[in-house]
Each structure stands twice: as C-alpha cells, then as structure tokens.
Design a protein around this ligand. Structure first.
Ligand code: FO1
Length: 455
C-alpha cells in the first residue's frame, strides 16, 4: 500500500527501518515529547494513519529506572502522563502505558495488534539511542523517528558535532527561518482504535517503580501540558520584557522556569518561540530568550547526538583536557566527599545555598549553576570525580537534569566545552574560573542565601 505524505512534517522525519509498509495500525511510541498538542511525531502518526485508513495508538513505555531519577522526577512525569491520557481521549486517541524496557515490551505488543508502522520522537541521549537500536533489531515493520523537540530537526542542523556556539548559530539561523512556522491543525484519527484498553492504574504503576522515594516531589511547579501553557503565558506577560536584566539575578524571579516542561516535552519549543514572537516585548528581550530557547538548547542536542561520550572527560575540547591534565597533581585547597557535597557541608555558604536550592526545589538558579559545578572541579581529586559528582547530584535532585542541556552545561563549566582557554590557574588549568568575589560583584549573595534559607 502506497502512503504518501503531503505535509510539512516530512523533513522532520527520518527512517530508522525502511521495511515495506504492509498495512496495519500506526503506533506512536511517545517518549521525549509527552504532549498532545504541537507535537510533530503525533501529527505525523495521525496523518499517516488517516492516509492509510488505519487506526492509531499512542504508547508510552515506562521504564522502572531511568539514570538517577527518583520519585521527584517520576512523580512529575506520571502526573503529566495522567493528564495526557484524558487529553488524548478527548481527541479520540487511544493511549496505553507499557511497563518495562522498550525492546522487551514493544515487539510482542506490536505483533499482538498487527501494527504496520512504528513512530517515535527523537532524543539524542544514549539511553534512547540504545532503546531504538535494540528495538529496531527486533521488528520487521517500518520505523520512523520524528524530531518533535527541536525547531530545526537535529540531523538537519548539522551532520556532525559543531565546536563553537558561533558556528552553530550561523548554521542554524537560516534553518530557523525555514522551520519556525505554524503547526497544522491536529486532526482526529478517522478510524477509531478497535478495542479500548483497561483504564490505567496510575498508582499501581508508581508503586512498582524501582526508584528512590526519599527525594521528594516539589510543589513550586505544576506538571502537565495545560500548566506548561499557562506558565508560558505568564512568563510572556510578566517577565519576558525584563528577561535580559533580571534573568541573571538569583534574588528575583526573572527566569522563565519552563525548562522542566521542555525536558518532559509538556511544552514545544516551537510553540514557545512562536508565542514569543507574537508578544510586543522589546526586540532585545525576544532575541535573548530565543537564543536560549533555540540556539543554545539545540546546540546541546547536537553535542549529545554527535558525542557518544558526552558525559565523560573525553568529551571536553583538547585544550581543556591537556590543561586539566597538566594540573592533576596540583594540591587542592579543599577536598570533599560526595556526602559532604550532597549535604551542603563545604566551607562556602554560597555553594551550600546553591546545593540546598537543588535539594529543596530541584533546580539551581541559572546564575549559580556555573559556580556550583566549577567549585566541584576545584574541590575534588580529579576531573573524572568532579564530573561524576556533579552529574550524580544533578540527576538525583534536579527535576530536569537528565537532559542534553544538563550534560552540555556541565561539560561547559567543568570542561570548557564551547568556551576558549583562559589564563591558567592551579587545579582547573585554563578552564574559565568562577570565584566567590566574582559572584559577589554580580548579585547580592546574602539576599540569595537568605532566600534559600526561607525555602
Ligand atoms: N522516557 C521514557 O520513554 N520512559 C520513561 O520511563 C522515562 C522516565 C524518565 C524519568 C525521568 C526523566 O528525567 C526522564 C525520563 N524519560 C523517560 C526520558 C525523557 O522523557 C527524555 O526523553 C530524556 O530524559 C531527555 O532527553
């Protein structure tokens, strides 16, 4: 059966397995983009199903453990998925959650339902690449991957790793103009799924997760697609105009605070970008925010996709590795264990406050994040230990850290990624350094520490 796509989704799709389509329902394995609206992977799946005259189903595969994620992150995700179930149902779309690892649970599920096409959303992280690779080896139906996360599909932005932010910006700018268009309306599937599945036992699924339940959920942010849209509107209304001046000040609420929504795919960057452009905020504010939202975020995807060892010392630029290597035996003024870091027991009250913010809120204010990670490099025995502690603390406590932006940010601070060599210093070599005095000049440290104490 020949199915032709007539829509602008085409360039966002790449074929993982080009087996011939022999009829049968479309299954969208939703993973990174956990939303019903403005989701290119869902749009592609519905268009394909309607053209082929077959039903469509969305399946989320719930793995019992994911990196260092705890109940804090899973709880946020599960609440978002529960809302999604209702939203998809109102659109006439069947939704199931499969428990287990994709390569184990999907082959039999697809076989049982006679599925004819599998679609998934793009994710550059190793876990998802491995899930896709293994699952692709187990199935004999066509398998498509849709970049529903980036404005410019990651594989079109560049076929290789880009070394500098400026080069990436130059490369991606014309493509942003090409891809930053309106979404087509979301059509309902024309053929309903033949049988309804049993209602989802959300609590049972949460109880069966093999995760640490001591890292509690946070209450400053409401999960889900609807709350994400409301938060975006609120940010655009109240904070976008002052974003350039206020975002860097950790004593005020100037940031967008949308990143957990982007991480779990509750919000589409493309939607956010289009809405930013529709505001009457000053040009400088719009362009500063769009630079974060598109260029920097999409550079992170490029880095992780093309750097399989993105979370190791080997991912740092050569000048940084050489200079850190040259300082491996330098004496450290302070040395802390993982427990001391985790409990915020260093000599530095500013660092301890940033750690406490991470523990309490699941985030560190953007301005402090660099200081926090840089000091871990200074106060550990070697860069490998620093990286492993920083990633562990981030992944365990951060709401949205298991993300390309999290890995890229850590490699930037600890390993000079996308940066240039600076004057060499003891221990950290030519990697850009962060000092207590430097922080004091940028904002009111004591007001920040006070704010964190009140949490
Ligand atoms: N993706 C899945 O497909 N299944 C999961 O069970 C799952 C759990 C999970 C827990 C915490 C977290 O931060 C992310 C999680 N993700 C899961 C992945 C996530 O949706 C993103 O795809 C990546 O982390 C970011 O690229």
């Amino acid at each position: 059966m020949a199915v032709r796509n007539l829509n602008p989704v085409d360039r966002r799709v790449r074929v993982i397995r080009a087996h011939p389509y022999r009829g049968g329902p479309v299954v969208y394995w939703m993973s990174r983009d956990q939303r019903a609206h403005k989701n290119w992977a869902l749009i592609h799946s519905i268009q394909w199903a309607n053209q082929a005259g077959v039903p469509l189903l969305v399946a989320f595969c719930l793995v019992p453990q994911y990196m260092d994620a705890c109940i804090r992150q899973y709880g946020f995700m599960m609440k978002g998925l529960e809302e999604l179930e209702a939203e998809l149902s109102s659109l006439g779309i069947e939704f199931v959650v499969l428990e287990g690892y994709p390569e184990i649970v999907f082959p039999s599920f697809l076989h049982r339902h006679g599925a004819g096409l599998l679609v998934t959303d793009f994710d550059p992280l190793r876990e998802k690449r491995e899930w896709i690779r293994r699952l692709a080896g187990e199935i004999t139906i066509p398998f498509h991957e849709v970049d529903a996360h980036n404005v410019v599909p990651c594989w079109l932005a560049s076929k290789r790793r880009i070394i500098t932010y400026t080069t990436f910006k130059e490369k991606i700018t014309p493509l942003i103009h090409e891809f930053l268009g309106e979404f087509p309306p979301l059509n309902a599937p024309e053929i309903p799924w033949p049988q309804t599945h049993a209602s989802i036992d959300w609590q049972g699924m949460i109880d069966r997760l093999k995760v640490d339940r001591t890292v509690k959920e946070v209450d400053w942010i409401i999960p889900g697609e609807r709350a994400a849209q409301a938060s975006l509107r609120e940010f655009l209304r109240a904070r976008l105009s002052s974003y350039p001046e206020r975002a860097a000040d950790p004593t005020t609420l100037g940031q967008s605070d949308l990143s957990p929504y982007f991480h779990f795919g509750h919000l589409s960057s493309q939607r956010a970008a289009l809405e930013v452009l529709r505001t009457d905020a000053p040009r400088e504010a719009k362009s500063k925010y769009l630079d974060q939202l598109i260029v920097k975020k999409e550079l992170s995807d490029n880095f992780c996709l093309h750097t399989p060892e993105y979370d190791t010392f080997g991912a740092f630029p050569k000048w940084a590795r050489d200079s850190i290597d040259a300082h491996r035996s330098d004496e450290r003024e302070h040395l802390y264990t993982l427990e001391q870091f985790e409990n915020g027991q260093t000599h530095d009250p500013l660092w301890n406050s940033a750690q406490l913010e991470l523990v309490k809120l699941g985030k560190i204010h953007g301005s402090l994040r660099e200081y926090w990670a840089h000091k871990i490099l200074e106060w550990t025995r070697n860069p490998e230990e620093a990286l492993s502690i920083a990633l562990h603390l981030n992944n365990r406590w951060g709401l949205d850290s298991r993300d390309p932006s999290g890995y890229t940010g850590t490699a930037y601070v600890i390993g000079g990624l996308f940066d240039r060599p600076w004057t060499s210093k003891e221990v950290t070599g030519k990697v850009r350094s962060m000092t207590y005095t430097g922080e004091r000049l940028r904002y009111d440290i004591h007001a920040y520490e006070e704010r964190v104490k009140q949490l």
